[in-house]
Write a protein that binds this ligand. Structure first.
Ligand code: EPU
Length: 417
């Protein structure tokens, strides 16, 4: 198991450039299989989830090359509608293969996905969408089997604005006959990014970014070039790190609009924020103010930024109440922050964070990506040395984390074991 060692209490300053979005990339990469020719995705982040997805596509017969941050996906040779569990267990987003394989071959067999340990993550809304489009759906022995003689556009009302279900239904509907209307659709930036890519491939997707998305199926899609949007959650994590260390960091290459819920909370916490065009400068206070927050679908405060925010609030000057509304088990990392001296009480899905003047480095372990981000932020602001076990999990979603942090003044080292 690799670990990250942080010698904390260094005030971060300087510039950090944000990479492409993980959650966009893991939708765009399988979407490229829908084209009849090669697609080129630019600004792809060098993270483990991307590498794993590239490997899954290769194992399915597609040709994939990655040259620095540019990935080319050529679907010729891709002929299997079966994605075995051994492949898909490695990342949650492998469920997007269901929509893609169903659209492309009229059938799919995809093992139920793995991913972070943050509580039950059902896919009933995805399956409801496939059924509405005319697919037969069975789940047997941990494998989802989908079959459709023909996919036909249909209205789908989502019970919750699920990102995964919205994207999966868009993928399946892109080559269906007729128009699919997704109501109560997710509005996250990566939903819009996928719609833009599908449209560049010759698709007809309207309304992405609102809660009603219309997908008019087309007979064929072609390959297209596309640039992945910046990763708002990577940006949010560096913004939190700046605040936690009382630093002064320019987070560059972002879409500031996507970060508004995070920016607003950090201002409340006492950070001074300057933004213009594609950068956000964050100047952290000596100690943050307490703030209350509830995670919500976009444009609410993102669940993926909840964990790093709690690490910031652990050193605040008062009591904060943080409510996690998306996942049952996304506060498990709190026990690790407590090892570092944080005073946090968890009641159900709520964390009551009583700020303390200092955190102290400790050996800690992460079993989920954003929990890892929380421990990094805590370690940067803590006195002494923090050892974070489970660095592979952080590598799933953070590109070159130790290089980027070192460049803004952190003392961090990777130890491979
Ligand atoms: N849900 C259902 N049924 C469904 C689908 C979702 O009950 O069929 C529930 C989930 O259990 C959860 C809520 O709806 O309680 C939201 O789930 P959603 O489908 O929106 O999330 P997701 O697609 O599984 C994506 C991101 C997550 C991020 C969430 C919320 C990807 C690959 N993952 O997950 O990212 O937390 O949206 O914004 O896009 C991360 O990056 O660390 C991460 C976990």
């Amino acid at each position: 198991m690799a670990k990250l060692i942080i010698e904390g209490k260094k005030r971060l300053s300087g510039e950090v450039r944000i990479g492409g979005s993980k959650n966009s990339s893991v939708a765009l990469i399988p979407a490229a299989l829908l084209g009849e020719g090669p697609s080129t995705l630019d600004n792809v982040p060098l993270i483990r989830d991307v590498q794993v997805f590239a490997q899954i596509l290769k194992d399915l017969g597609a040709s994939v090359t990655l040259d620095r941050n540019t990935m080319t996906v050529a679907p010729n040779g891709f002929s299997s509608h079966v994605a075995p569990y051994d492949l898909v267990r490695k990342l949650r987003a492998s469920y997007y293969l269901m929509g893609v394989l169903l659209a492309k071959f009229g059938k799919a067999e995809v093992g139920l996905p793995g991913g972070c340990d943050i509580g039950p993550r059902p896919i009933d809304q995805h399956l409801k969408g496939f059924r509405a489009l005319g697919a037969e759906v069975t789940v047997e022995g941990g494998v989802v089997k989908l079959f459709a003689k023909k996919l036909t556009g249909a209205p789908v009302y989502l019970d919750i604005p699920s990102v995964g279900a919205t994207i999966n239904i868009m993928l399946a509907a892109s080559l269906a006959e007729g128009t699919t209307v997704i109501e109560n659709a997710a509005k996250e930036p990566h939903v819009v990014d996928l719609a833009n890519f599908l449209n560049a491939m010759g698709g007809r997707v309207l309304g992405a970014g609102t809660d009603v998305i219309r997908i008019k199926g087309v007979k064929r899609l072609h390959g297209a070039p596309h640039s992945v949007i910046p990763d708002d959650m990577e940006a949010a994590t560096y913004m939190m790190a700046a605040v936690a260390t009382g630093g002064d960091v320019e987070v560059k290459g972002v879409i500031t609009k996507h970060l508004e819920p995070v920016t607003a909370k950090l201002k409340e916490a006492g950070a001074v924020i300057e933004q213009n065009g594609d950068y956000i400068r964050v100047i952290g206070p000596e100690r943050p103010n307490p703030v209350n927050v509830k995670t919500l679908p976009y444009p609410g405060f993102p669940t993926d930024a909840q964990q790093p925010l709690v690490a910031v609030l652990a050193r605040s000057t008062g009591v904060s109440v943080v409510q996690e509304s998306m996942y049952d088990n996304r506060l498990g990392y709190v026990s690790e922050l407590i090892k570092m001296g944080a005073k946090i009480k968890v009641e159900g899905r709520t964390a009551i964070v009583e700020g303390v003047p200092r955190l102290v480095g400790a050996p800690v372990t992460t079993n989920d990506l954003r929990a890892g981000a929380s421990l990094v932020v805590a370690g940067l602001s803590a006195e002494g040395t923090t050892e974070i076990y489970g660095l592979e999990i952080i590598d799933r979603g953070y590109e070159l984390i130790e290089e980027k942090l070192s460049a803004i003044g952190a003392k961090v080292f990777r130890v491979e074991n």
